[in-house]
Ligand binder design. Structure first.
Ligand code: DGL
Length: 290
């Protein structure tokens, strides 16, 4: 068991990079619960990596958060959800552990008039076919068109959210979805909500679904079921950790997590022999935010 000084009782959230902050933002909008977020920027992008490797990263990050005292975990990452969610849920059956694919599929199906659903996702998520399975588990007749968008995550991580290059990349992936007559498209990677203005401009007839909306609602319902909410920590003291460069991550936060929530400690987490160590970063964060 790792010796971790962070005080327990937080919601653990993780992603390969800044995409997970779209989920953090939704959590902060709906609860005062403290959040610890890990961006695995040492390995971003996850999307083109072997699926077993991503499953290992997601399992190890979940374990680090749980050992540090998470009262719930949300995999704010579609490819992690596709490759590791069920294993992690099996390993900690008593803890609320959520992903984004089931909720995204359910919301997309609920919002589609035509039953023709597009999915924009990373190559890895598309390879798993997880969205097609999840939608067709709800309705076997539904048509699902999954399209890989390998150019999106590098553009987003570099802050290139609306440029001719972004628009060209978006047009390329929207074309098959539009041609197939999909009326709904799932943003099947947590980075993609940052491109919503461009996507919506290019495809105004398509309704874009952010899986985080339903995922966070389900997570909080599960976490608070029958619980006394006054026992939870008050707003603030959130911790944002990166496995990459702290300076780069700090400079990304104003763009990717804007708003008045100023009480964030930012620091590093480090991979050591295949395990993620939150300790050094978290100690520094806790002392700087109290
Ligand atoms: N944001 C992640 C997802 O939802 C991973 C993106 C990546 O690193 O390729 O799938």
């Amino acid at each position: 068991m790792m010796d971790c000084s962070i005080s327990p009782g937080f919601i653990g959230v993780f992603d390969s990079g800044v995409g997970g902050l779209t989920v953090v933002r939704r959590i902060l909008e709906q609860t005062d619960h403290r959040v610890v977020f890990v961006a695995d920027q040492a390995h971003v992008p996850y999307g083109g990596r072997p699926l077993e490797e991503i499953s290992h990263f997601a399992g190890a990050i979940s374990e680090a958060l749980i050992e540090a005292g998470a009262s719930a975990v949300i995999m704010a990452c579609n490819i992690s959800t596709a490759t590791a969610l069920f294993d992690v849920q099996r390993k900690w059956p008593d803890l609320p552990i959520h992903g984004v694919i089931g909720p995204g599929a359910a919301d997309a199906y609920a919002q589609s008039q035509s039953g023709r659903i597009g999915v924009l996702a990373t190559l890895g998520t598309v390879k798993t076919g997880a969205y097609t399975r999840a939608v067709q588990a709800i309705s076997p007749e539904a048509y699902v068109r999954e399209v890989a968008c390998p150019r999106f995550v590098p553009l987003i991580e570099s802050g290139n959210l609306d440029s001719p290059e972004t628009e060209a990349a978006a047009l390329e992936v929207l074309t098959p979805i539009i041609e197939d007559g999909c009326d709904v498209a799932v943003l099947g990677c947590t980075h993609y909500p940052y491109l919503l203005p461009v996507l919506q401009r290019l495809a105004p007839q398509v309704r874009f679904v952010d899986p985080a909306v339903r995922a966070v609602r389900l997570l909080l319902a599960d976490l608070y079921e029958g619980a006394d909410r006054s026992l939870y920590h008050p707003k603030g003291g959130h911790t944002l950790l990166t496995t990459g460069s702290k300076a780069d991550f700090e400079s990304q936060i104003p763009m990717f997590l804007p708003g008045p929530e100023a009480d964030f400690g930012v620091d590093v987490a480090r991979w050591q022999s295949g395990r993620l160590c939150l300790v050094a970063g978290v100690q520094a964060v806790v002392s700087s935010t109290r």
